[in-house]
Design a binder for this molecule. Structure first.
Ligand SMILES: [Zn+2]
Length: 449
């Protein structure tokens, strides 16, 4: 099961933490809770097998549904592919975005739907209440309306839809594992084809494009242009509420962390910038030039554990089949971000393994530390409590008596889902949101929210 949520949990958490009592914080907490409910719904739904599309109850290549602010999927069918516009902005934007994504992959890359076998695409809008997110759950695309104060509806920037659609493509091609470098590549590939989609719709050449992802998702007065900048990772926003865009754009700044599945939303800035540099060097329409090179690499038989260096080598090989100029442009772009590709050989990848979280403190009482990371840009939120000192001690002890950290096992990471690290005394476990028991979810909620 691959799930991609577009707004990084770290942004939601930061907002929730900074607005404990008001509308914004409530919206963010609501989104977090709904994500937990989604997990629980999946776990109780034996039909929710990985990659399986929901039973299509419509004719045609795609259809848009409405969850009517609930969380049942796919919800009520509101607009099939051939239906006229409804006047509902979210419905009509999702319709246009899916149609354009299918058209781009078909016309530019020769791919028939995300699975290259014509799978009907299911999209659902109006998911949840004030839901600050969008995701691909392995079966369909889902979009929230946003909270209306920080985030607008998630169908508005078409590249958000393209990003989620591409997670489905990646799942069915290289199947890049959502951890470390392969996970950052998974994220980057989604941004690459999201940018192709946006630029193709706007008719922008590489020189004309803004290279922003999620431009228009923030409402005023948020100080930010977008969720990410492919041209200048780390510069998309700098806001008192949201904080500063934490992306990096060079191997020299590669972030080793256990959070965010190894910083997949942080380090994706590195391959993003390489792609941008190659696109600008080659010029013209990126989706027809460097986009095709990246698509060739993605579908060239790369394995799920592919790292940056292997992916770089694959793009250089694909470029070589285009022209020597293309090869030079792509190789130079990777070299610029610190991933030189030697002629005739794959370079040695940099390490991407998780590093242990630092000790959260020392003292006499037992320390409980909960860390939540992951999400589209990878914010980390951490809270710690010394048992005995804290007014929540009784609640915590009641929960901890039911939790055995040593019995928990982590499943395969999923795109844009939260990652939790629980530390109780000298015991520690790292789990995806999909792995949390109700007791762990309550523990996280108690400390972080
Ligand atoms: Zn994603």
């Amino acid at each position: 099961m691959v799930t991609c949520r577009f707004v990084p949990p770290y942004l939601l958490e930061r907002l929730a933490a900074m607005h404990p009592d008001d509308h914004i914080g409530g919206c963010c907490r609501g989104t977090l809770v709904q994500d937990t409910e989604l997990r629980q719904r999946r776990e109780s739904s034996p039909g929710a097998a990985p990659g399986l599309a929901p039973a299509a109850v419509f004719d045609g290549p795609f259809a848009v549904h409405s969850a009517d602010n609930g969380t049942s999927l796919p919800g009520r069918l509101v607009r099939a592919a051939t239906d006229d516009p409804t006047g509902d902005a979210a419905v009509d934007e999702a319709h246009a975005g899916v149609e354009a994504s299918l058209a781009m992959f078909a016309d530019v890359f020769g791919r028939t739907s995300y699975d290259d076998a014509g799978a009907p695409v299911v999209a659902t809008v109006h998911y949840g209440r004030n839901y600050d997110n969008a995701f691909w759950d392995g079966r369909q695309l889902v979009f929230g309306d946003g909270d209306g104060r920080v985030f607008t509806r998630f169908t508005k920037p078409v590249d958000v839809l393209g990003h989620e659609f591409t997670h489905a493509v990646t799942e069915r091609t290289a199947g890049l594992v959502y951890q470390g470098q392969s996970g950052a590549l998974n994220e980057s590939v989604s941004d690459v084809f999201a940018s192709c989609l946006k630029q193709r719709l706007l008719g922008h050449t590489a020189d004309q494009a803004d290279w922003l992802i999620g431009e228009g998702i923030f409402l005023p007065p948020v100080r930010g242009r977008a969720l990410r900048s492919m041209a200048e990772p780390g510069t998309a926003y700098d806001d008192p509420v949201l904080g500063r865009d934490p992306q990096v754009g060079s191997m020299a700044d590669y972030i080793e962390t256990t959070q965010d599945n190894g910083g997949v939303h942080l380090n994706s800035g590195i391959p993003n910038r390489a792609y941008h540099l190659a696109a600008v060097a080659l010029g013209g329409n990126a989706w027809e030039g460097v986009g095709r090179i990246w698509y060739t690499a993605l579908t060239s038989g790369l394995g799920p554990d592919t790292g940056f260096a292997q992916f770089a080598a694959a793009t250089v090989a694909a470029a070589e089949d285009v022209s020597s100029e293309a090869r030079a442009a792509v190789a130079d772009a990777w070299a610029e971000v610190g991933l030189a590709v030697p002629a005739g050989g794959a370079p040695v990848p940099a390490g991407s393994g998780p590093a242990p979280v630092g000790s959260a403190g020392s003292g006499t009482g037992e320390l409980v530390v909960v860390t939540r990371s992951g999400g589209i840009v990878g914010r980390v939120q951490q809270a710690e409590v010394r048992l005995g000192d804290d007014p929540r001690t009784a609640d915590l002890e009641r929960l901890l008596a039911r939790i055995d950290l040593t019995s928990l096992t982590a499943s395969r990471p999923q795109p844009d889902r939260y990652v939790y690290t629980f530390e109780v005394g000298d015991r520690q476990v790292v789990l995806g949101e999909q792995d949390l028991t109700p007791d762990l979810a309550e523990l996280a909620h108690l400390l972080l929210d």
